[in-house]
Design a protein around this ligand. Sequence first.
Ligand SMILES: Cc1ncc(COP(=O)(O)O)c(C=O)c1O
Length: 484
Amino acid sequence: MPGRNANLTAIPMSDFDIKRLVAERLGENYELHEKYVNPTFVKVLRTIGFDKVYARGQGAYLWDKEGNRYLDMLSGFGVFGIGRNHPAVAQTIRDVLDLDLPNMVQMDCSFLSGLLAEALVRRCPPHLNAVFFTNSGTEAVEAALKFARAATGRSKLAYLDHGWHGLSMGSLSIMGNEEFREGFGDLLEGVQVPYGDLAALERALSGRDVAVFAVECIQGKGVRVPADGFLPAAQEICRKYGTLFFCDEVQTGYGRTGKFFAFEHWGLEPDLISTSKALSGGYVPVGAMITRRAIYQKVYHRMDRCFVHSSSFGRNNLGMAVGLATLHILETEKLVERAATQGEKLMAAINALRAKHEVLLEARGKGLMIGIEFQEPRSLKLKMAWKMIHAANDGLFAQMIVMPLLQKHRIITQVSGNHGDVIRVLPPFVISDEDIGYFVGALDDVLSDCHKLPGPMWDLGANLVKAALANQRSQPAAPVAARA
Ligand SMILES: Cc1ncc(COP(=O)(O)O)c(C=O)c1O
């Protein structure tokens, strides 16, 4: 190959063979993690029966080592919008490698990052016209916070309770879930606004010392959809007091809610947005913070400040290429529209089960960002069982739904938050009508088991309570594996 160092191509690769490694050692996952990574997570996965060894993924499915197929209704916390292992993204990655492109020269302006910035700005409203690239969602949030502070000269941050913006220190400072902040010491000065409380927001901003108000247009934790007037009014209050309005689109962006960005549902004009997850095509970590040019230039306002916010891997070729490919696929396969129509079908079909299952409160959300909430049953026997489970831990009931969905029906879902009776489904946008039917049938079956008391589902609940109590001796927490 022209330009390639002949000596390097001659080095045999036989002593490193990733395919052989996978073939020989796949299955050691949990032992390796127990030993070298996070044994507590391993313990939780084992307790809830999620210690599967997945060997392959395609579209909306995963297959385990034994060849069983699973329907992935979580898509890696929303990463796999276009589905797993999309062939066009895989080909793009191969093509980039074949081109031997210069990568991370740093002292240049890389071509692919320019192209992706152009493509992103084209898909944004005109005022969002300047892009900062990152390697993750939390870094995109960090960028938004820093840019907002630089642009306003203020340092305080405002955020909503139950908000979830990532786990690095800046993002953690606008975390609305106490359990994630606990133990990490002092954070940036922030003010938490009760969800939906415009008067409290006005009070928080009226001192004119708050740089930015951060929201997820639909909160990941609990899948909370705001009342229609809330976000437009919040934006107005921000404008009134000179606070920048920041929509965190890390989870909701790139079609998840049935619009390209969730802020479009309410015709908002955020000053800053953070994005990541689905932009990756499910292959290469990438994120983008997009803002007004005037805000951007407040950070890089002198030549000696041209690097003042930057990172080594931001703008790397593979991240940029998968971003470009993903935007193309979203458009050509009409996946944003598909997320809207499939989401409506899925929510309607779940809500139709309410007539049969008193424990089912509702399915809510927009597009394919859906929360399924359960409620205390009315019948006496079930009510008592419900109360017993909740006395032990208020996240356990949702766990009792998630576990048989996996064990009995091979469907991956997740409890949404450590507290509350909500499970979250975030399927890939490629989900078919057949998949929707399969999921709803499985949920119907699991909820039917709820009516059997005694029965396997409540036995499972009792076992979870026992595990929680045993665990409480060392750590006061139940085996509920939850994130936003
Ligand atoms: C709304 C939101 N913001 C930020 C993040 C953090 O992204 P990451 O996990 O890539 O750091 C997440 C991740 O779940 C998220 O949902």
